[in-house]
Design a protein around this ligand. Structure first.
Ligand code: NAD
Ligand code: ZN
Length: 358
């Protein structure tokens, strides 16, 4: 497999690094109409202490992003039009939040310089022009969105990333202090997104020494976080934040697999969030991921996490069929999981049977 991937240009890491954001952004402020937009997770709407730490200059804008639903193409288009029509082209955007908000910042940075709707650009290398400056500050760890070259959007037809070199953030600020307040279930679901990224990246046909180097290290850190340490241990958040970064890098030179394909079906059809959808699917994939699923279950038990089961009892055959249809179209994931001749071992019925177990 050949890849030639672009990395994040600048990375700041460490407790308290968030307070350097003003300094980090200063050289970027002059471009275009000279203002920055801060897209911040709605969780922080009433967190006055946190808001006081945002380095907002006079012309800057602050937009709280709704995250109950994963980001949609409609949200991106609406936000882009609102700012472009009222204030002109910004100097840059800053996304502060979980994977959802990071993807909003990544997508909107591109949509400021590419005409039409973001639905036109869902896919690989469809973007025509580089976006404006984009900085990301994760406040939940595990998606790897901070380093990935994709901004995942749900559109009217598909849940698919805008994927190209220009999607990669210019700057990230990794401050482990910021993830301390994530509720336990969410902390676990998104953390498991990273665990599953590593497992899938390293168990498929596209794996290689590069992806394994980051993947094994990230997996080892995940095990420390979810099997050895208590969450209250300060080391835990530091490990998880860096594990997410490394898991993301592992994926840039490999691929996700069966769990993510099934998870996309759950998210597209039933609007189940990515991390939770992964956990629901992975819990039933012992026939594919063996001991890793056992290990996952040990982590679930240790942290007393609620993973919904017996959901399929409430799904109609049509719902299962719709999800299988979404999943089977993700050919690159099946090719990675089962090889070039994946169609010989996988058909829609096998996919439906996985859904029927959930
Ligand atoms: P999220 O961004 O959807 O946030 C989950 C919840 O955590 C939200 O309710 C949010 O308000 C809350 N939250 C955020 N920060 C908090 C904090 N510090 N304290 C308390 N609560 C906080 O969750 P996520 O799992 O990080 O991201 C999922 C999204 O990422 C999905 O849209 C998925 O498609 C996307 N994703 C993208 C990539 C990529 O490479 N671009 C990879 C995987 C997933
Ligand atoms: Zn994922």
């Amino acid at each position: 497999m050949f890849r030639n991937f672009k990395a994040v240009e600048k990375t700041a890491y460490g407790r308290g690094s968030f307070d350097k954001l003003g300094e980090i952004l200063a050289p970027q402020r002059q471009a275009n109409e000279g203002y920055l937009i801060f897209f911040v997770d709605e969780y922080f709407t009433d967190k006055e202490d946190f808001k006081a730490r945002l380095p907002l200059a006079e012309k800057d804008k602050l937009e709280f992003v709704p995250v109950k639903e994963e980001p949609t193409t409609e949200l991106i288009d609406t936000l882009r039009d609102k700012y472009l029509n009222t204030y002109g082209l910004p100097a840059g955007v800053v996304g502060i939040g979980g994977g959802s908000v990071l993807d909003v910042a990544k997508a909107i940075s591109l949509m400021f310089t590419n005409p039409g709707s973001s639905t036109q650009y869902q896919g690989l290398n469809l973007i025509k022009n580089p976006g404006i400056y984009a900085c990301g500050v994760p406040t939940v760890s595990g998606t790897g969105a901070e380093v990935s070259m994709t901004a995942v959007l749900t559109g009217p037809e598909k849940k698919l990333g805008i994927k190209c070199d220009w999607t990669v953030l210019n700057q990230i600020v990794l401050d482990p202090d910021l993830i301390a307040t994530v509720p336990d279930n969410q902390w676990f679901y998104t953390g498991m997104d990273n665990y599953i990224h590593c497992v899938e990246s390293m168990t498929g046909h596209f794996k290689n020494t590069f992806s394994e180097a980051f993947g094994y290290k990230s997996l080892e850190m995940c095990r420390q976080v979810f099997l050895e340490l208590e969450r209250s241990d300060p080391k835990s958040d530091e490990l998880l934040m860096v594990a997410s970064y490394m898991g993301g890098l592992s994926l840039t030179y490999s691929e996700v697999g069966v769990c993510h394909a099934l998870s996309y079906g759950l998210s597209k059809v039933l609007h189940i969030h990515h991390g939770l959808a992964n956990c629901i699917a992975f819990n039933q994939l012992e026939d594919v991921y063996g001991d890793y699923v056992q290990e996952f279950k040990t982590m679930v038990d240790k942290h007393k996490i609620d993973i919904p089961q017996n959901l399929a009892a409430g799904w109609s055959e049509q719902t299962i069929d719709e999800m299988a249809e979404v999943a089977i179209r993700l050919e690159h994931m099946w090719r990675h999981a089962f090889g070039e001749n994946w169609q010989e071992v996988l058909d829609k019925e096998r996919i439906k049977n996985w859904y029927r177990r959930m």
